[in-house]
Structure formats: structure tokens, C-alpha cells
Design a protein around this ligand. Structure first.
Ligand SMILES: [Zn+2]
Ligand SMILES: [Zn+2]
Length: 361
């Protein structure tokens, strides 16, 4: 009796629908060699039906979708739809709206849970490994043997993982869209920031495209690939939740999330014993390679202790989107010369953690 009950419970728990989040994903059907989007009405029904299919492939395999007064029968196993009266069959597909190089299947992305391991995908592409090695070894002052930055010269990679966090990616994309709206409203044109101002080999500039995961960086909001050094635990939190308030640092240029354009700078935040120093401890270090939307950046040559957002615009309404500090003289700093280029964002979700790199200096 008890076994029967348990078996029944197990069965019913098996069919409890998994939560499905559609975010920026949408459905398309094929006609005359082209893919077309479903109507919003049809799209909603498709996701409802797909939710059932993901939880119970047998009973949820087919569904009736009625949109615009027309009934179609979809088959999620064959990925087709059939017009209920004309019997015309067309291909259907789901577009997850994620970077080309992501390998997680749409069904996996739509049902992603808080299970950390499911967000990490090991990178084996040798071109990418080579490029990240370049970033570690030859950005900033790695060449300068007279400074601790040169510890990066011999850095070796232990692992690289691409982060495929579906909800986080779409929240990031939504943030970019909001930024564009703000720029349109206030008639802001974005001046792209120059990289490699603290280096001499142009490595960050030449790495941008290689590290974009197949999703081109948006020039209109000055999207850049930048670096964030941290501990392994913090990196896990960022992979899960993004660069939110947990990541904020009370820094010289405000309380925000800080990024570097050189690995010798991000390296300073990777040792549990020597924060702020580019040390040579042989412990495993964590570097996050992030996409950051700098947008309408504010260039500062003053420290900005305690700021909680980027400064107000002088020529237009609203606030800047980020703070950029270039190497050079700084007022208010105990060290009057800023050595490294730094980037600060205050808006949550204005950055996405593309890769987690583990390395040893
Ligand atoms: Zn340096
Ligand atoms: Zn150390």
C-alpha cells in the first residue's frame, strides 16, 4: 500500500511543471524559406504548451494553438506545426536570443535553475585559450620588470568557463535597451572609450572581438570586454546574480563595480592575503572577463569617494552611465598618478560575466 502511494507521489511530482522563463526567447515558423515570428498571442500559447512538453514529453508532445482564429497543431518532438483544416505542415523553432557560441539547448536555458554548475561551460577552443593567455601575459605593465605587474608575464591558465546564464543575459540586454532609450530621450551620442592606455601592445583592443562569444559588441552603447579580478566565491555569486550590490566596492571613484583594462590591475584583487597588490603568491586566482556597457562615460581626473552613481551630465539632462579613469595625474589620491585604466559602473546589470578564468601567476 505504502509503496503504491509513494510511486503515485513520485509520478505526480514528475509531472509538476518545471518553471519556464521565456525572457527574451521567442518562437518562429518557417514559410517560403524564411523564418517568421509568431503573433504575441501565438507566442504566449507556444510557451505555455512548451512548458508542459518540457515537464512531460509524452503527454505534452502535441498541443493545439489557436491564434488569429486559426487552429494549428504543434508537435514539439518533430518541431512542426500543422494547420488544423488545410493540414499544411511547417517547421517551427525556438530562438533563445543568446550569443552564437553558447552551447546550452533552448530547453535547458528556459528551465535553468539556481544550480551553479549548469551555468558553467568549459571552454576548449584553443584560439580562445590563446587569446586569454595573451590578455593575462601582455596587457598593462606585464612587460615592465621593475614593477610587480610583471608577475603576470608568466601567468598560466588552469581553466576557462563560459557563463551561460539565460535570465542574467536577458536582464543585461534589457539594461542596454533602457540605456538606448535614455540616450534617445536626451539626444546623447556616445564617444567610445580607448583601451590599452596602460599597456603598450594593444592586446585588449585586439581581444574584443575574439571574446564576444559570437554576439558583436554594441558600439552605440560602447560595450567593451573588460576585466574583474576577485575571489572564487565572489565569482560564483557574480555568475549567479550578476554584478549587483554584492559586488560593489567602496572605491576611490565611487561605490560601484570596478573593471580594469589590464590583467595586472585586476590581478591585485585575486589574492586573499594581499588585496590591492600584484603579488606573486602561487595560489589559484580568478579573473572574470565581462561585457560592460560603458554607455555615455564620464572621464574623471578627481577621486569620487562615496558616489553612488555616475555624475550628472553637464550639457544634457540625466546622468552619465559610467566613470572612466585614464592613467595620469589624479587629484585627491594619496598617489598623485593613476597607473591603470579603471572603469566603474553603478547600475546593476550593466555588465555580464562572459568567462571565468582560473590562473596561477
Ligand atoms: Zn600594471
Ligand atoms: Zn598574495
Amino acid at each position: 500500500e505504502r509503496e503504491k502511494k509513494e510511486a503515485a507521489e513520485k509520478r505526480s511530482s514528475d509531472v509538476t511543471p518545471k518553471p519556464v522563463a521565456c525572457h527574451g526567447a521567442y518562437w518562429q515558423y518557417e514559410m517560403d524559406g524564411h523564418w517568421h515570428p509568431f503573433s504575441p498571442e501565438g507566442n504566449d500559447q507556444m510557451f505555455q504548451a512548451y512548458k508542459v512538453y518540457i515537464s512531460d514529453a509524452q503527454n505534452g508532445r502535441t498541443a493545439s494553438i489557436v491564434a488569429g482564429g486559426v487552429e494549428r497543431i504543434v508537435d514539439f518532438q518533430l518541431m512542426t506545426q500543422m494547420h488544423a483544416s488545410t493540414k499544411t505542415v511547417r517547421q517551427i523553432r525556438i530562438v533563445a536570443g543568446v550569443p552564437q557560441q553558447w552551447v546550452s539547448a533552448p530547453a535547458a536555458l528556459l528551465t535553468q535553475s539556481d544550480h551553479l554548475a549548469s551555468l558553467y561551460v568549459k571552454v576548449l577552443d584553443s584560439r580562445l585559450v590563446e587569446q586569454v593567455t595573451q590578455v593575462l601575459r601582455s596587457t598593462g605593465h606585464a612587460w615592465d620588470k621593475s614593477v610587480p605587474c610583471s608577475h603576470m608575464r608568466g601567468a598560466t591558465i588552469k581553466s576557462i568557463h563560459r557563463i551561460e546564464n539565460f535570465p542574467l543575459w536577458h536582464r543585461y540586454k534589457a539594461r542596454l535597451a533602457a540605456m538606448r532609450e535614455d540616450h534617445t530621450r536626451y539626444n546623447i551620442s556616445v564617444n567610445p572609450v580607448d583601451l590599452d592606455l596602460d599597456g603598450r601592445e594593444g592586446t585588449m583592443s585586439s581581444s574584443q572581438r575574439v571574446l564576444d562569444c559570437g554576439d558583436s559588441l554594441a558600439w552605440d552603447v560602447d560595450e567593451k570586454i573588460l576585466l574583474h579580478g576577485t575571489s572564487w566565491d565572489n565569482a560564483n555569486s557574480i555568475v549567479m546574480h550578476g554584478f549587483d550590490h554584492r559586488t560593489c566596492t567602496r572605491g576611490m571613484y565611487g561605490d560601484g563595480a570596478y573593471f580594469a583594462g589590464a590583467a595586472c590591475k585586476s590581478h591585485q584583487y585575486t589574492c586573499s592575503k594581499h588585496s590591492g597588490k600584484a603579488c606573486a603568491c602561487k595560489s589559484e586566482r580568478t579573473l572574470i572577463i565581462a561585457r560592460v556597457a560603458l554607455g555615455d562615460a564620464y572621464h574623471t581626473s578627481f577621486t569620487r569617494h562615496g558616489d553612488r552613481r555616475a555624475p550628472k551630465r553637464r550639457q544634457a539632462s540625466g546622468n552619465h552611465d559610467s566613470v572612466v579613469v585614464n592613467p595620469g595625474p589624479i587629484t585627491g589620491h594619496h598617489n598623485p598618478i593613476q597607473l591603470h585604466q579603471e572603469f566603474v559602473i553603478f547600475g546593476q546589470e550593466q555588465a555580464y560575466p562572459s568567462f571565468i578564468v582560473q590562473y596561477v601567476p
